[in-house]
Design a protein around this ligand. Structure first.
Ligand SMILES: [Ca+2]
Length: 530
């Protein structure tokens, strides 16, 4: 029997459709590229699109305006290494084995491996800080440990190299170079992780000078005396007034740093500092000295942020010029929040709002433009989101949830109404008591489990978290509800106190990985970890 031409075409069409149905899609068929930009310690209240009172970030604002801004994006353990482990695995610290600054086991599953296997070209540049080499990337080039701001060392699978320039510019340049060298027949996934604006806040020359002329408004809680929250705050060692070092304040310009001429150091004592200010010698004491420390801290921190903002703009312009903007999702966030003098502090760690919150801006195909969402996002959501955007399945053991429907403006009705947090690094670098807690849209309950201290805050009436309401009779019902919610979240995330009493010892900030601090001017002789 002869097959008619029409029938043959029908069979061919059916076979083609069948092939298309099982074939993984590729970039030219609509799978988006993903660029994930993460800064280190960029507080959400140091972006003008979040209402910053201390700086202006035009390029980040533009990114926010073209896409979605999350009002309630949080980290689940507010320090560098655990946050990065959670980002890669989609799991809480107790599930990925990295609760503090301990070496991340790169043998375990991670989102880069899954994207690579799913047809993506995977790239990583910048601060890694996990104590083991990246896995799952076609190409990577990373800072050792914290890295340094000026002429940073980065190493890849072949070895270490000094890159002349300022770290934020260098990391962007390397990221662009990786994209230029990519295979054009695959979608790409780029993790671009800036060192900035991490301590000790070393700006480039231009912004150092610009911000040295600025007077930064002080936050309302800069002189917090902690009298209403005795569980952990009075013993913290991350205060602007008592704990910033000479190096933080640029009082002793290190050999590899050009010291700010405007504030040439003469002498410093515990309660006073003598300075040359614009050629005039001054002795600062008491509140004047405190205010000066805050200004020095914030001037340099914000100057570092300004370089980040410039480089985000530069990367966005490059994507546009290459014709990639239409099919690339760009995400901007930070590895944790930061205190900008809030509660008298710098650094992060605590579950208080400035440290818990992260900026989260997303733009690109499938993202509703010009939207602001109050949906709760947590950093375990990132890995499932990348996979969902790439059209790949999320493994059942990932604990986050894809943000893709939220980005489309269709937040599911059963979306989370609360989030769970747990911090372990006790005493850590700043004498912080370990704690866990739950946050809802209106309240926060924190338990410092080692000292059995509790804190309860009404976030609507007291957004600065100044009044601990725990134990007040009028709050009994709310407290009970939050405790039930906390237990339910602990059950859901299978937190069985795996690291409550004993922490891993192989720290990336000490012992065998001490070299990784990146502060020594050893140049290319810095050894790579084996
Ligand atoms: Ca950090």
């Amino acid at each position: 029997m002869k097959t008619s031409i029409c029938s043959r075409w029908a069979i061919f069409a059916l076979l083609t459709m069948a092939c298309l149905a099982v074939r993984p899609s590729h970039a030219d068929e609509g799978r988006p590229n993903i660029v994930y930009i993460m800064t280190d310690d960029h507080a959400y209240h140091a972006l003008s699109c979040y209402g910053s009172k201390v700086n202006h970030t035009p390029h980040l604002d533009k990114l926010a305006a073209s896409g979605m801004r999350f009002n309630n994006a949080f980290v689940t353990n507010s320090i560098c290494t655990p946050s990065r482990a959670t980002l890669l695995t989609g799991k809480y610290s107790h599930k990925n084995g990295t609760p503090v600054f301990n070496r991340f086991d790169g043998e375990q599953q991670n989102v880069a491996k899954l994207l690579q296997k799913g047809g993506y070209h995977t790239l990583m540049v910048g601060k890694w800080h996990l104590g083991s080499d990246p896995t799952g990337f076609d190409n990577w080039n990373i800072l050792p440990g914290q890295g340094r701001y000026i002429d940073p060392i980065l190493y890849d699978a072949k070895g270490a190299k000094v890159y002349e320039g300022y770290a934020t510019d260098v990391i962007t340049d390397i990221g662009v170079g990786m994209l230029q060298a990519r295979p054009k027949d695959k979608p790409f996934f780029l993790m671009l992780h800036h060192k900035a604006p991490h301590r000790e806040w070393e700006p480039n020359d231009h912004y150092r000078k610009v911000f040295a002329e600025k007077v930064i408004p002080e936050p309302a809680t800069l002189r917090d005396d902690y009298s209403t929250r005795p569980a952990a705050l009075p013993i913290n060692q991350q205060t602007v007034f008592k704990d910033l070092t000479r190096r933080d304040l640029k009082l002793v310009p290190p050999a590899d740093l050009q010291g700010p001429k405007r504030n040439q150091w003469l002498s410093v004592k515990p309660d006073s500092v003598e300075l040359m200010v614009n050629g005039v010698q001054r002795t600062l004491t008491g509140p004047d000295l405190d205010s000066w420390k805050y200004q020095r801290y914030m001037q340099d921190y914000l100057a570092c942020v300004q370089s980040v903002d410039d480089n985000v703009g530069r990367l966005m312009d490059w994507l546009k010029a290459e014709g990639l903007a239409q099919n690339t999702i760009v995400i901007y966030t930070a590895d944790n929040g930061f205190f900008l003098g809030d509660n008298g502090m710098y650094d992060k760690r605590f579950m208080y709002e400035p440290s818990l919150h992260i900026p989260l801006l997303v733009t690109g195909p499938g993202v509703k433009a010009g939207e602001v969402t109050d949906a709760f996002a947590i950093n375990p959501d990132f890995a499932p989101t990348f996979l969902d955007l790439a059209g790949l399945a999320t493994p059942a053991d990932m604990q986050g949830r894809s943000l893709k429907p939220v980005l489309a403006g269709k937040t599911p009705s059963d979306w989370r109404k609360s989030m769970y947090y747990r911090y372990y690094h006790d005493p850590g670098h700043h004498n912080t008591r370990a704690h866990y807690g739950v946050r809802t849209a209106t309240h926060k309950l924190i338990h410092y489990w080692r000292v059995d201290g509790w804190e309860l805050f009404d976030l609507k009436a007291d957004p600065g978290e100044q009044k601990n309401l725990y134990g007040q009779p009028a709050m009994a019902e709310i407290t009970q509800g939050l405790k039930s919610e906390l237990q339910q979240l602990r059950n859901e995330f299978q937190d069985q106190d795996q690291f409550a009493n004993e922490l891993p010892k192989d720290g990336v900030d000490g012992g065998v990985l001490r070299w990784a601090e990146g502060h020594s001017p050893q140049g290319p002789k810095v050894p790579r970890p084996q």
